[in-house]
Design a protein around this ligand. Structure first.
Ligand SMILES: [Zn+2]
Length: 416
């Protein structure tokens, strides 16, 4: 709900104000922003100017914004792990990207749960995400970078964002959305920068337990921590305006009801509060509230306009990034990476490698629908043979892709 525009400092949130009974901090983005402002006084001025630009863009699109083309944002996942559990699988990251591609296109199946009164403003944000296909130097990338670290628990002191302190350096934020996956201390699920801060810190940090779908920790087990945090990266604020429980703060969006404070769990519709006392009440199913993953399923049209204000001002360059464009690789140079036998097979088969050592190897098997049936990452594959088995899958043709940091090759196998 839009009311008077408040300076960002008035939106100060109190550390751990967002901690619920389970000692979970759903999101620490506002605390993180205040931390950044404290060490970088010029940031407040930038944020204020950004708000003026956003207001101008919003005023120019009073009936909402429709993108002329989908914006596809290249994502680099920096998985920084201190032990094997934290080194989450490729599948978790693939699932996570799929959630984002549904939520930001209103293709999530639970969009049907949006109350009828808000169905007309539930927005297809017209944003998609890809795994970065090339690194900032133009070399081949899987969009997943894994860093082994001696640190297994990270505070918000930014060490995870620098290789010099055991983490991983950000890629150029004008071309990529940086997402660090690590273990965050203090029960924090995730936090993000807003547009306007330091380039080396720009991006989202997610605690590994909440990334992806299968294998994640309930009730934050549907990949919505990333949906919420990327909302901040695209300049969205919390739906209640981060004003404690007052009714004076705003999320700077006109079509979301005024809301006193965050909601947890899974409220029942309609839920009213001190700032919206009559039905239909507050929009607790919005991704920018703090409800359980299963109970948040919409962005509003006003939020979409605010996102596109960011994409047309502070984050304009991401629209022309080539990060989603694969690097042309001469297949001929890769013929010797591996061979497959036997084919046809009844299940068991062998991948044979020409080289005994392959660094950063990803092995992925797809069916003809492009669905992944197997995926495995090796920091260093020191085998000349790998024995795999497709038993239990439907008979048919499968494609085996082997990617290393410099090469990619795909072979076909027939399962009888
Ligand atoms: Zn948040």
């Amino acid at each position: 709900m839009k009311k008077k525009l408040l300076p960002a400092l008035a939106l100060l949130s109190i550390a751990f104000s967002s901690m619920n009974a389970q000692n979970i901090v759903r999101c620490a983005s506002y605390d993180y922003m205040q931390q950044q402002i404290a060490v970088n006084p010029g940031l407040q001025q930038k944020l204020d100017q950004d708000e003026i630009n956003t207001a101008a863009f919003t005023a120019a699109h009073p009936n909402g914004y429709n993108a002329r083309a989908i914006c596809t944002i290249p994502v680099i996942f920096h998985v920084v792990y201190g032990n094997a559990t934290q080194n989450i699988s490729n599948q978790r990251l693939i699932d996570q990207l799929a959630v984002l591609n549904k939520d930001y296109r209103k293709l999530n199946t639970d969009a049907s749960l949006v109350p009828s009164t808000w169905q007309s403003i539930a927005a297809d944000c017209e944003i998609e995400f890809c795994f970065a296909q090339r690194d900032p130097s133009g070399n081949f990338s899987t969009g997943i970078q894994r860093t082994s670290s001696t640190t297994s628990s990270w505070t918000m002191n930014d060490n995870v964002k620098h290789a010099s302190t055991g983490g991983a350096d950000a890629w150029d934020r004008s071309k990529y959305l940086n997402i660090w996956v690590c273990s965050i201390s203090g029960g924090i699920l995730g936090y993000s920068t807003f547009p306007g801060g330091s380039a080396s810190l720009d991006g989202v940090v997610l605690s590994y337990q909440y990334v992806g779908v299968a294998g994640t920790s309930a009730p934050y087990n549907k990949g919505r921590t990333a949906t919420h945090e990327i909302g901040h990266w695209l300049n969205l604020r919390h739906i209640w305006g981060d004003d404690g429980s007052a009714c004076s703060g705003s999320d700077m969006v006109t079509d979301t009801p005024n809301q006193a404070s965050e909601n947890y769990g899974c409220p029942t519709f309609p839920t009213t509060d001190a700032c919206t006392t009559t039905s239909p009440g507050v929009m607790w199913m919005n991704y920018m509230d703090y409800t359980d993953d299963a109970c948040m399923y919409m962005f509003s049209s006003g939020q979409k306009t605010r996102i596109w204000a960011a994409l047309n001002t502070s984050r304009l360059s991401i629209q022309t990034s080539n990060g989603c464009t694969p690097v042309g690789i001469a297949e001929a140079t890769m013929q010797n990476i591996f061979s497959v036998h036997p084919s046809p097979t009844t299940g068991a088969f062998t991948l044979e490698f020409g080289n005994a050592s392959q660094e950063n190897t990803d092995i992925t098997i797809f069916n003809t629908l492009g669905e992944i049936v197997y995926t495995q990452h090796y920091d260093a594959l020191n085998e000349t043979e790998l024995h795999l088995n497709l038993e239990g899958n439907s008979a048919g043709i499968y494609f085996i892709e082997v990617r290393t940091s410099t090469a990619r090759s795909t072979k076909k196998i027939i399962l009888q």
